[in-house]
Design a protein around this ligand. Structure first.
Ligand SMILES: [Zn+2]
Ligand SMILES: [Zn+2]
Length: 240
């Protein structure tokens, strides 16, 4: 399995990342990646960009140097009611919305709270992707939540960066992926790159999926045609 889109990447705008959009695009191109999702952290993150940043993202063309560029965001989930830190009017204008829990914004709570939080996020039509939910600090009830992701058409992210930075991620991601396979929930594999050299680097996540025999047809960014169709359906634009 090989990925053709990196669905979660950061630039200088995220405050604690170190490359530009242009550098990330060049890195994607060099790695043979045909789509790059630009998904900066959002305003509730202490060093995140302001709302204006997101309202002006359309300045970036859909195709740069032959790479399809999706203008998105990694929104913060603020609480266990599923509130997010960008307003709906901005979320509606974005191509790719990942929702994630981050410690500096929403400290971890109980399993029951995390379960409720993810169900609320699942119900939000503006969210496309469930961000790095294998984080051991935010454990939730898989059997309650994963079917909700299916019901509301969410995509679960298997985040390669988690394996090195989020406690328990290797074990949790395996459980999550197995549950996604059981309920036929599609996934994407992403780098969560904070530097251009990491764009497209997803080996630990791909290895995990291969080890458990995860069905390739459910990995949305493992096929050019599958991902292009998803992007066209979601945005109504042609891209490549
Ligand atoms: Zn970050
Ligand atoms: Zn991220």
């Amino acid at each position: 399995m090989k990925i053709i889109a990196d669905t979660h990447t950061h630039t200088l705008a995220s405050g604690h990342a170190y490359s530009t959009v242009w550098e990330n695009i060049q890195a994607a191109k060099a790695a043979g990646i045909s789509f790059l999702c630009v998904t900066e952290h959002c305003p509730a993150m202490p060093d995140g960009p302001s709302q204006t940043f997101f309202s002006n993202l359309h300045t970036i063309p859909d195709v740069v140097e032959g790479v399809g560029v999706l203008k998105g965001a990694e929104v913060n989930i603020l609480d266990y009611e599923g509130n997010l830190d960008l307003p709906d009017r901005l979320l509606e204008g974005l191509d790719w919305v990942i929702a994630s829990y981050h410690g500096p914004v929403c400290p971890s709570g109980t399993l029951k709270q995390h379960t409720q939080g993810w169900i609320r996020v699942a119900e939000n039509p503006h969210v496309d992707v469930i961000g790095h939910c294998g984080d051991g600090r935010y454990l939730f009830d898989l059997e309650q939540v994963i079917p909700k992701f299916k019901e509301y058409g969410k995509i679960v992210e298997i985040n390669a960066h988690s394996f090195s930075v989020r406690p328990g991620a290797a074990f949790n991601c395996r459980q999550i992926a197995q549950c996604c396979a059981r309920y036929e929930v599609p996934v994407v594999v992403s780098s969560d790159a904070h530097f251009c050299m990491d764009v497209g680097k997803v080996e630990p996540a791909l290895r995990l999926l291969e080890e458990i025999g995860f069905p390739e047809r459910l990995v949305l960014n493992a096929s050019h045609d599958r991902f292009l169709e998803l992007v066209r359906r979601k945005t109504g634009r042609r891209f490549l």
